[in-house]
Design a protein around this ligand. Structure first.
Ligand SMILES: [Zn+2]
Length: 239
């Protein structure tokens, strides 16, 4: 644990460190748009989930096989192409993967993905498991109407809570709301929802736009301009 930031050592860096033995989250930076891809790793059952897969999955797949993990689940925070380019190639190798995505984001996915046997549309507040790790799906629209964030409370191998935010929350920032199905009002409401999570929650964001690779809710409550906004109007007025 990094004392200054309360971040797990494997995430307290300005460079994604990939697999770190015993750590339940592995972070990879892949592609030309600084995307973060995550593995959620359950060391108890050696089952794993991949979050927002990019096309080139060489590094995360190597980490999984070298460490004896089985990929069971594919989790999407939203369906902009830079977060889904790896879905079809992965499914062609592993047709029975469980896939989780939000209903209002399905229009950007190919039909072959929607028809896959393991495809499941998420409900807000729904809980599912990757091995023994329980994940709670929170509908957090604003950047995209069907965007979900994924909360993992402190449990088993997780010594702190984690939230996978996709492009809803960034470090010291939030996602843009001017794209297809975006909404600043919904973004404001989603930020208020995230604020209610435990302050020690580690936020795992969708792109490497800040110097750091991860942050905590406690830090963002103090330092992130969107988190400090008291109204939609204030959020809209941010540069
Ligand atoms: Zn996006």
């Amino acid at each position: 644990m990094n004392k200054a930031s309360n971040l797990p050592e494997s995430l307290a860096s300005s460079q994604a460190k990939g697999f770190s033995n015993g750590e339940p989250i592995a972070q990879f930076e892949i592609g030309s748009q600084q995307n973060f891809i995550y593995l959620v790793l359950d060391f108890a059952t050696k089952q794993a989930a991949i979050v927002d897969p990019q096309k080139d999955l060489t590094a995360p797949m190597k980490a999984l096989s070298e460490n004896g993990f089985t990929l069971t689940t594919l989790i999407l925070t939203h369906t902009h192409f830079d977060h889904t380019a790896g879905v079809v190639p992965l499914l062609s190798q592993m047709p029975n993967l469980e896939i989780r995505a939000g209903e209002l984001d399905l229009h950007r996915l190919p039909k072959s993905v929607l028809k896959a046997p393991g495809f499941k549309v998420l409900q807000d507040g729904e809980k599912f498991r990757v091995g023994s790790i329980e994940i709670e799906a929170l509908h957090t629209p604003g950047h995209s109407a069907g965007a979900f964030s994924y909360f993992m409370k402190t449990q088993g191998g997780l010594r702190v809570p984690y939230l996978l935010t996709g492009d809803t929350i960034f470090i010291r920032d939030c996602g843009r709301t001017d794209l297809d199905t975006g909404s600043t009002r919904e973004m404001f409401d989603s930020i208020q929802r995230v604020k209610k999570l435990p302050p020690e929650t580690v936020l795992l964001v969708g792109h490497h736009y800040a110097r750091e690779c991860a942050t905590t809710l406690k830090t963002e409550l103090q330092e992130s301009p969107p988190f400090r906004c008291k109204s939609v109007e204030e959020l809209e007025a941010l540069p």
